[in-house]
Design a protein around this ligand. Structure first.
Ligand SMILES: [Fe+2]
Length: 207
């Protein structure tokens, strides 16, 4: 029986920016439901023991009859697992990824401005991402940073892009504490980014 990984830190770890109750419901109910439905969908199929990242990278190889379920619930599972790892309080903006961001956007502030505008522009449910776009370089070989949105649980991986940072913009991610105040949630996100982890993802993506 497969089980969902626990949250990699305490439910209170991101207080006061993301509250304990939101983290509990987000991980133990929402993420758990994505995980359970994904596991059930691939049970007994050739995908059962495949890495979720590889599945999302090759959606055309997923049998059509379960493709939508895999996109929604496999995507939901992977994106939440990834999201938990990029959150941590009090980590300074630093490393190669910081240099690359400043190189591309001119300054951290300009980068933040574009990311926020994208996040506030998500209509309905979706995610905002910082990704490495490998276009023209072959997946996993170099590429440059870009900010993008995906609707629902659609994955940047399915577009040949590697996530290095993301923000969950489904209402379940912030509604208990922020209700309709998405801008406040987005602003507080900048206080809980684990830049050390983001830097590792960036270095890995650029290899
Ligand atoms: Fe979520």
């Amino acid at each position: 029986m497969k089980t969902l990984e626990p949250l990699p830190y305490a439910y209170t770890a991101l207080e006061p920016y993301i509250d304990e109750q939101t983290m509990k419901i987000h991980h133990d109910k929402h993420h758990q439901a994505y995980f359970d439905k994904f596991v059930k969908a691939v049970e007994g199929s050739p995908l059962e023991n495949k890495d979720i990242k590889d599945i999302l990278k090759n959606m055309s190889s997923v049998p059509e009859v379960i493709r939508t379920i895999v996109r929604n619930f496999g995507g939901g599972h992977y994106h939440h697992s990834f999201f938990w790892t990029v959150l941590k309080k009090d980590v300074p903006f630093s490393g190669e990824v910081a240099k690359a961001i400043e190189g591309k956007w001119g300054s951290f502030e300009k980068f933040k401005e574009e990311f926020n505008a994208k996040a506030l522009g998500v209509f309905g449910s979706g995610w905002t991402w910082l990704v490495v776009n490998h276009h023209g370089t072959g997946q996993g070989h170099g590429g440059s940073l870009e900010i993008m949105n995906t609707p629902n649980q659609d994955s940047p991986l399915s577009e040949g892009k590697t996530p290095v940072l993301c923000l969950d913009l489904w209402e379940h991610a912030y509604y208990l504490k922020y209700q309709n105040r998405r801008p406040e949630y987005v602003e507080n996100f900048w206080k809980i980014i684990n830049w050390k982890q983001v830097n590792s993802y960036y270095l890995e993506a650029k290899k």
